[in-house]
Design a protein around this ligand. Structure first.
Ligand code: SAM
Length: 268
């Protein structure tokens, strides 16, 4: 990899960035007082940017580096791991294996971890679970591993469905116990695949505005008294969600926070 190191920052060298692009840079990056310009070959540079230095650097495999840095994530009774760390899960923990990939939900985001923790606090044996915005399938799979006989994960993004199905297989969840479908709740959103279903538990890692919009749907898809687990909520937007739950008559509302993220549990 050929990198031209130019002293300065994007701000101090703003007028010179175009000169780098014109010289054939394929990418620019700023790191601690140095602009790194990536090139395929050394080229003649304009006088204003000749105070830098050409360097050949070892190619970096970002994906390999990302994977090497992944650690197991403990969430209540569950430990979420990539496939190659399965052996690190303690015997008393339930291993939830997720292949890091294109869909959100490796367990490394606070919202996913809090949601798995909240599911782990429930007794899910004999409980059906609806997971809205399933992504990697992590929450529906967690529910199945924690004893739920049926978990349905829906997502508006079709790319997530085969990914979630593969993750369920990785965990040995029998087909039919964790089911994934393209869809959502509500008439005004596309792909309404679960219009009539009523579930014992509903979990959704979305965002505050969508929870506000879907709060009425949550009521109609939950059995009376059934637990609701909502996350993806920035703490600054908690009031919006709390007002929506109050409006729809949810009770036993509780909030957990982790940094800027919040999780809300309630009963229908
Ligand atoms: N459930 C996973 C987790 O907890 O890590 C993934 C959550 S990710 C933050 C949100 C997911 O919701 C994305 O996969 C996105 O495609 C999906 N989504 C966004 N809007 C949606 C909607 N209206 N209905 C269903 N899914 C939606």
């Amino acid at each position: 990899m050929l990198v031209y190191h130019l002293p300065g920052t994007f701000e101090t060298r703003e007028a010179h960035l175009d000169l780098l692009w014109q010289a054939g840079a394929t990418g620019l990056e700023e790191r601690t007082g140095v602009i790194r310009a990536y090139f395929d070959e050394e080229t003649e540079l304009a006088a204003d940017i000749r105070d830098g230095e050409w360097r050949r650097e070892a190619d970096q495999d970002w994906l390999a580096e990302f994977k090497a840095n992944l650690r197991p994530v403990q969430a209540g009774r569950v430990t979420i791991v990539p496939p190659w760390l399965r052996a690190e899960v303690l015997a008393e923990q339930t291993a939830l294996v997720i292949e890091p990939g294109m869909a959100f939900g490796t367990g490394h985001h606070a919202t996913t971890r809090m949601a798995v923790e909240a599911l782990s606090d429930l007794d899910l044996t004999a409980q059906t679970v609806l997971d809205v915005g399933t992504g990697s399938g992590v929450l529906a799979i967690a529910a199945a591993l924690l004893g739920a006989p049926y978990a349905l994960g829906v997502d508006i993004d079709p790319i997530t469905i085969p990914i979630a199905q593969e993750n369920a297989e990785l965990n040995g969840v029998p087909t039919g116990r964790a089911v994934f479908l393209e869809g959502t709740l509500g008439d005004d959103l596309p792909g309404d695949v679960v219009p009539d279903g009523v579930y014992d538990v509903l979990v959704a890692n979305l965002y505050a505005e969508l929870h506000d919009l879907l709060a009425g749907e949550y009521v109609s898809h939950l059995r009376p008294g059934g637990p609701l687990v909502l996350t993806g909520i920035l703490t600054s937007k908690l009031p919006l969600v709390l007002e929506a739950l109050d409006r729809e008559g949810f009770t036993a509302v509780q909030v957990r926070e982790d940094g800027e993220w919040a999780l809300v549990t309630a009963r229908a």
